[in-house]
Design a protein around this ligand. Structure first.
Ligand code: ASP
Ligand code: MG
Length: 444
């Protein structure tokens, strides 16, 4: 059995849902995970925010705007009057749930989470209605019956495995299961979610829990590219990636995959395949434990980075200085991404600058600081193990004309990071593409 996850744009229009149905029409057993129709979760976030502020009339207008197009969606999705009536009733049921909170007092986090769950509940039921009309032998699996997080908001893989197996046993003779991405119950038994973009995570959790043969993530791009195709022209999909490389790229900005979702697949060694709904015949990218022999694999960029240099004349031959610095970041629960050191100073980067003012004030008690905002981390992923040569030269050549604020090499064998001003990012990515990737002889 495989698990296939389809994102918001893949189910964003009735005809897209028809294509998904086509893609899953063979007899192979599968679990299909769906996101909400694209735009729905954003709209729900917005409605919940308006109600939290007590802005009832704005919320009502936003509810109207979200649900009106669903009528046409249903009309185009299915053909028979029975199926249409069923589709409209599904939408109405969830719209009514939302509307019942418009005048409720004390709208807060719990209600917001309930709202956010409605998108996936709607999309899966509409899709199931279409499949039924088409005569598919499919069944809906309610994600809230098996997807659960613990007190640290971490998915409980053992629990998911047990409950999911129970759910599958309820339906003997079925081989096509449809379920909601993103939504779960939390440790208090309340409706919650796996954070924005979390449908990928649902897919990998299901694949890992059941130790399936493959996890497929279907999006609208033909796999993970070696560089950002929105910024750089000559990019190409990477046929094979290791779990470590994929995790690094997802974290550093490759939008195609939810950064933490690789973990369960890696733990249980289930390969993840990234595929394109628009071009299903393309091979996409397979992420697995297999390592490859390339020197450079891909580059990704992460914006909104703040660089901080912490200087102390007393650092010369001093110990304890680094500890003091990092204690400040720990105190403000701010994680540090890049670090470079010299004898008298340390430079580091953070992406969450919520507590920047306080952090700087505390650092200034024992050091001199310098802050640069609007920086971008460019992360080059590949095989840079100790005995390999060549990649760093090509990288420095590519950055010849670009001011570099920090370089971090050797932290792991598969990552070189450089920090540049965000305004130089596009130029850097293009130069790296031509001079590191295409000049490597891998491609020309
Ligand atoms: N619908 C959710 C979101 O937009 C989850 C997902 O699509 O992955 O964040
Ligand atoms: Mg997504």
């Amino acid at each position: 059995m495989k698990v296939l996850k389809f994102g918001g744009t893949s189910v964003g229009k009735p005809e897209r849902m028809h294509s998904v149905a086509q893609l899953i029409s063979d007899a192979e057993p599968k679990i299909v995970v769906l996101s909400a129709v694209s735009g729905t979760t954003n709209a729900l976030v917005d409605i919940a925010a308006k109600l939290t502020k007590g802005d009832t009339s704005a919320a009502e207008a936003a509810i109207e705007q979200l649900f009106t197009p669903y009528a046409a969606f249903v009309e185009q999705l299915v053909t028979t009057s029975d199926a249409k009536a069923k589709g409209h009733a599904i939408v109405k049921k969830h719209e009514d749930i939302i509307r019942s909170y418009v005048n409720a007092s004390g709208f807060g986090d719990k209600e917001t989470r309930l709202f956010l769950a409605q998108g996936e509940l709607i999309s899966t039921q509409l899709f199931q209605t279409y499949l039924e009309e088409k005569g598919y032998n499919s069944v809906l699996l309610p994600a809230l019956e098996f997807m659960k997080t613990d007190a640290d908001s971490e998915p409980m893989l053992g629990y998911i495995e047990e409950k999911l197996k129970e759910q599958l046993e309820i339906h003997p003779g079925k081989h096509l299961y449809i379920t909601q991405g993103y939504i779960c119950l939390n440790h208090q038994g309340e409706i919650d979610n796996l954070k924005r973009g979390g449908s990928d995570y649902t897919g990998t959790l299901i694949g890992a829990a059941l130790r399936l043969e493959e996890i497929q993530i279907w999006t609208d791009i033909d796999g993970m590219h070696n560089n950002d195709p929105r910024i750089v022209k000559r990019t190409y999909p990477i046929p094979e990636l290791s779990f470590d490389e994929a995790a690094e790229l997802a974290y550093f900005g490759a939008k195609i995959l939810h950064p933490t979702c690789i973990r369960p697949a890696h733990i249980r060694n289930v390969p993840v395949r990234l595929l394109n709904t628009m071009q299903p015949e393309q091979r996409g990218t397979v992420i697995s434990t297999k390592s490859t022999d390339r020197d450079v694999t891909a580059v990704a960029a992460k914006d909104n980075i703040t660089a901080i240099t912490v200087k102390s004349t007393r650092m010369l031959n001093a110990y304890g200085f680094l500890r003091r610095i990092f204690e400040v970041f720990e105190k403000y629960k701010t994680s540090v991404d890049m670090i470079t050191t010299s004898e008298v100073a340390v430079s580091l980067t953070i992406d969450d600058d919520k507590n920047l003012v306080k952090i700087i004030a505390e650092l200034n008690d024992f050091a001199v600081t310098e802050v640069d905002k609007d920086q971008t981390i460019i992360c080059i992923v590949g095989n840079f193990s100790k005995d390999r040569i060549g990649a760093s030269k090509r990288l420095f050549d590519a950055l010849e004309q670009i001011p570099v604020r920090m370089i971090s090499y050797g932290g792991s064998a598969h990552n070189i990071s450089v920090l540049v001003k965000t305004e130089d990012k596009n130029r850097a990515l293009n130069e790296i593409n031509e001079r590191v990737f295409f000049a490597s002889g891998v491609l020309s």
